[in-house]
Design a protein around this ligand. Sequence first.
Ligand code: SF4
Length: 162
Amino acid sequence: MIADEPTTALDVTVQKRVLEMLDAAVDERGSSLVLITHDLAVIAAMCRRVIVMYGGRMVEEGPVAEVFRRPRHPYTHGLLRCQPTLDNVTFDRDALLPSIPGQVPSLTEMPSGCAFRTRCPRAEAGCAEVPPFERAGHGVACWHPLRPADTAPPAAAGEGVP
Ligand code: SF4
């Protein structure tokens, strides 16, 4: 089964019912579910493996728990940092949640090399030359992926996602 953004714009009670129905349908048919969503909490609740896409390409892939605890691609790392948690939400009305700077480029105006490089804090000159390719295992398409020591804040964010 393929469910494309099945919970977008739903309130949490309806969202829960939709996810329960999907779960039941998968069990009943003995099938698999491909879930397309921007909601990291839904991924954490429903999926075993995750593929992170950027600019129409896979940038990171692996078991959900591993990718969320130790993201290696700067885009995945940025997405996880943007999740509100008890650590990064305050009642200060001037405080801002972390965000990924810049905008997703148009598909007709993709930068050369890595599509994420105009927004990436780890970009180097070589990133503009050759598009990175994904490697096997907990795969990441990045010339300078994060190491476990780089990902302490998102590890906390990943664990906070239900
Ligand atoms: S290849 Fe370079 S620009 Fe692209 S995500 Fe990795 S470090 Fe950033």
